[in-house]
Design a protein around this ligand. Structure first.
Ligand SMILES: [Mg+2]
Length: 238
């Protein structure tokens, strides 16, 4: 780890608590849309269906088959349709509300701020994230994370998503960094770790569950990073 000067972080699920923030946003939207309470049995069923449809549409977006405007509205329209409710105006409003409200949520992964605060004195920090540029920047700003990062690369800006190697080489160029002096830290073994490997960047996986490590280091908590990267005993609280 001695040559490492640049740390590239994934955002969603690695620093910004995507699951809790997304759940809170969907709940807020659900509460603000009384029309759909008549057709959905419960909020949890609504969320479950939304996630299935959203994942399918994200795969199509990553494959370049649909654009972001289509994705952001259609995921809600199709969820409503699944419950037998056909109302494009409501679907459009929910899609717009999600993009507006979600980046305002500020729940972070445990020890995110403390770890970045420590690492910023030793490394140049960067973000590589799959997502819409405006949305991801707003999340960083609102969560007080933006100042930690020298560069932020989004898949929308790069024109290519993780796990494709192209987004990592784009980010290296933007950061004026080489793969030999860089490290990727993320919570998705395929998108973050395998993807970075395609660009010659080694990775550290943040995961409580994943044991399919393919030789990469796995951490359970961000607070483990200072010790791994610097050999210092952690100064963090937990
Ligand atoms: Mg992630």
């Amino acid at each position: 780890m001695q040559n490492i000067r640049h740390l590239f972080f994934d955002l969603d699920g690695t620093l910004w608590d995507f699951h809790r923030n997304s759940y809170d946003t969907l709940h807020e939207i659900w509460l603000n849309t009384p029309q759909i309470h008549r057709v959905t049995v419960s909020f949890d069923r609504f969320v479950h269906t939304y996630h299935l449809i959203n994942n399918e549409l994200w795969d199509q977006y990553k494959a370049g088959l649909i654009d972001k405007d289509f994705l952001s509205v259609t995921r809600f329209e199709r969820t409503l349709n699944w419950f037998g409710y056909f109302h494009p105006t409501i679907g459009k409003k929910m899609g717009d509300d999600y993009l507006r409200l979600s980046p305002l949520k500020t729940q972070l992964i445990e020890n995110a701020t403390e770890t970045l605060e420590y690492l910023k004195n030793h490394f140049t920090l960067h973000i590589i994230t799959n997502g819409f540029t405006e949305v991801q920047h707003n999340k960083l700003k609102k969560s007080n994370l933006l100042a930690y990062f020298a560069t932020v690369t989004t898949s929308e800006e790069a024109g290519i998503s993780k796990p494709h190697g192209g987004i990592f080489t784009y980010a290296l160029r933007k950061a004026s960094a080489t793969s030999q002096e860089s490290l990727m830290i993320g919570d998705d073994i395929e998108a973050d770790i395998e993807g970075a490997k395609l660009a010659g960047i080694p990775g550290i996986l943040l995961s409580n569950f994943d044991n399919k490590t393919n030789g990469c280091i796995v951490i359970r908590n961000l607070s483990e990073l200072p010790k791994i990267l610097l050999g210092h005993a952690t100064v963090l609280s937990s």
